[in-house]
Design a protein. Structure first.
Length: 258
């Protein structure tokens, strides 16, 4: 490949522009698309863009990541703009005074609402955590869930005569790695598109039927007291086009789920 061809290839990859959901002189929040790493890691050797660098370049200021979203998870991602605010917000995340709301599309009809109180063994990455201890005790983990709606498609799959889905609202009380994904899998209602804990029949069906591949988990909202002004802050991301297409196919109205 010539130098000119390499340059043309680089120019063909457009730098993403992230939607800013909230910004003041202390904090900035963006809507992270699925598939984007928050920052560089041991697993990103072939990645060109990261949320931290994109936000920094967009607003022209250094930003401090306050929490993490898994690469395949979309939604509200919050950064601090000063070290002092980063420290204060870090304490708020630790003492659980920040309310996080997620939405997930799951396999089957998960009915009602309940608290999932199911301890989880620390999830380690083979590369990034290769020097970490593997004999740690399970950690407490709680996630409250509420099913907002269910739907069925009259299509046989495996031993079942229809395909069933649930739209679930989730409020994690703790922040273990892959907590929501693992908790829903524990209930035998894994998230659609979850390649680690999901259903190997449902996931391929979803790709064929809906026309795209992704983890159907979204960080919908963050609510907290502003670390400087003390005012109540609520930051919410909209359902994107792929979510809306699923709602349309399943007969759900997006505005009913706010």
């Amino acid at each position: 490949m010539s130098e000119r061809q390499e340059l043309a290839g680089e120019q063909a990859v457009q730098k993403p522009v992230l939607k800013i959901l909230y910004q003041d002189e202390y904090l900035v929040a963006v809507d992270k698309p699925p598939g984007l790493f928050v920052h560089r890691s041991f697993m990103d050797k072939d990645e060109q863009f990261f949320a931290l660098q994109l936000v920094r370049d967009q607003i022209g200021r250094y930003v401090y990541p306050l929490h993490r979203l898994d690469r395949p998870t979309s939604g509200v991602l919050l950064f601090a703009l000063t070290q002092d605010v980063a420290r204060q917000m870090g304490e708020a995340f630790t003492d659980k005074s920040i309310q996080k709301t997620y939405y997930a599309l799951t396999r089957g009809h998960l009915l009602g609402e309940a608290l999932i109180d199911y301890p989880l063994k620390e999830k380690l990455d083979k590369i990034g955590d290769k020097f970490s201890r593997t004999d740690k005790a399970e950690q407490e983990a709680q996630t409250y869930y509420q099913t907002l709606d269910t739907a069925s498609l009259p299509v046989p799959l495996g031993k079942y005569d229809s395909v069933r889905y649930s739209l679930v609202k989730l409020l994690p009380a703790t922040g273990r790695r892959h907590q929501i994904r693992r908790h829903l899998a524990h209930l035998r209602h894994p998230i659609i598109g979850d390649i680690n804990y999901g259903d190997n029949k449902q996931n391929p069906f979803f790709i064929r039927h809906f026309g795209f591949k992704r983890l159907m988990l979204m960080a919908k909202k963050l609510e907290f007291s502003h670390p400087v002004t003390g005012e109540a802050v609520s930051i919410e991301a909209d359902f994107d086009g792929q979510w809306l297409s699923v709602f349309d196919r399943l007969g759900w109205q997006a505005n009913a789920f706010g």
